[in-house]
Design a protein. Structure first.
Length: 333
């Protein structure tokens, strides 16, 4: 008589097909269209900034792991490469090399390794580095190389479209008049405007989104809820006063909305693990981003909004996690 044995083992009991290195490689592949477009527009400067950010992130993670934490560095999982790429995507092409290295040190040293490394950091490391640089080097971080009608970089530099709009509204100009000076929506979507390396082309970012959804690396919940909430909230204010507020399509196609929604807010470690929590998380980012853009001093608010909502992730997880099987019955005993 054959006996069927029951194997008892600790969790997790459900295993995904994708490993951490495979997921990280998938994210890197998804970022390649935006990387290639930034190189097309900004030339070697874009590649230069990306290489410095990636190599310095790898270096700092190895030094901190081996010499401060006393453990082997796990560079092959790809997380440090993604941090470097995302940091570079949030920087101007003209940023000096030493500032890029400082940003990498903050991103890895403070944003990631100080909490124990991959899987333990509550805040997105690349955004920690980016916000630190924005506060520490405001002039360099807001000096943007301009592009011509064909997307080729110009030697001069100027403000982003969001910055021009914010400055114009402060001086009493009409939003309608200011938006007439902005590129057409198609040009904004294609990337023919000033901005950070990774936020230039909405088309390249959407291609990356499609790839990650196809590979099931991310789900639609965070990107869609963030984008829809920004569209709805900015649309309400635009309908109420179009002379003071820009239309919602303008807000979606400018700045870091698509970059943040697709690659920054969807970080596994710093976003909720339930679908309902993801929607709450995305809506929160969208609301905060919209309020900063509409009423804050900064023209852009995506980075601040994501970091603020990162802090609420443990609370969101607590109140959206499913109840344990049998928990309700136990309460009545």
């Amino acid at each position: 008589m054959s006996v069927s044995l029951l194997t008892v083992s600790p969790s997790p009991h459900v295993h995904e097909e994708l490993t951490i290195p495979q997921v990280m490689r998938g994210v890197i592949y998804a970022m390649l269209p935006a990387l290639m477009f930034s190189i097309y527009v900004f030339g070697w400067d874009a590649l230069y900034v990306n290489l410095i950010a990636i190599l310095s992130c790898l270096l700092f993670e190895r030094l901190i792991s081996e010499h401060l934490l006393g453990r082997p560095a796990t560079l092959m999982d790809g997380s440090a490469i993604i941090t470097g790429m995302l940091l570079a995507f949030n920087l101007p092409a003209s940023l000096p090399w030493y500032i890029v290295i400082i940003g990498s040190a903050v991103a890895i040293g403070i944003g990631k390794m100080s909490f124990g490394g991959l899987g333990n950091n509550p805040f997105n490391p690349a955004l920690v580095g980016r916000v630190f640089l924005l506060i520490s080097f405001p002039v360099e971080m807001t000096t943007w190389p301009l592009t011509d009608a064909f997307g080729q970089v110009d030697a001069t530099s100027g403000a982003t479209i969001l910055g021009i709009l914010k400055d114009g509204l402060r001086t009493g100009e009409s939003a309608t008049v200011l938006l007439e000076q902005a590129p057409a929506y198609l040009d904004l979507f294609l990337g023919l405007h000033a901005g950070s390396l990774g936020e230039m082309s909405g088309l390249a970012l959407v291609l990356g989104l499609a790839y990650m959804l196809y590979r099931k690396i991310i789900t639609w919940h965070v990107p869609l809820s963030m984008i829809v909430s920004i569209f709805v909230l900015t649309g309400i204010f635009w309908l109420a006063d179009p002379q003071r507020f820009a239309d919602p399509i303008f807000h979606l196609l400018t700045g870091g909305v698509l970059l943040g929604a697709i690659f920054m807010a969807t970080d596994y470690v710093t976003s909720p693990f339930t679908q309902r929590g993801m929607v709450i998380f995305g809506v929160g980012i969208g609301v905060i981003t919209s309020l900063i853009r509409l009423f804050g001093s900064y023209p852009e608010g995506v980075s601040f909004a994501i970091l603020i909502m990162n802090a609420f992730v443990p609370l969101i997880n607590k109140y959206t996690k499913p109840k344990l099987y049998g928990a309700k019955a136990q309460n009545h005993e």
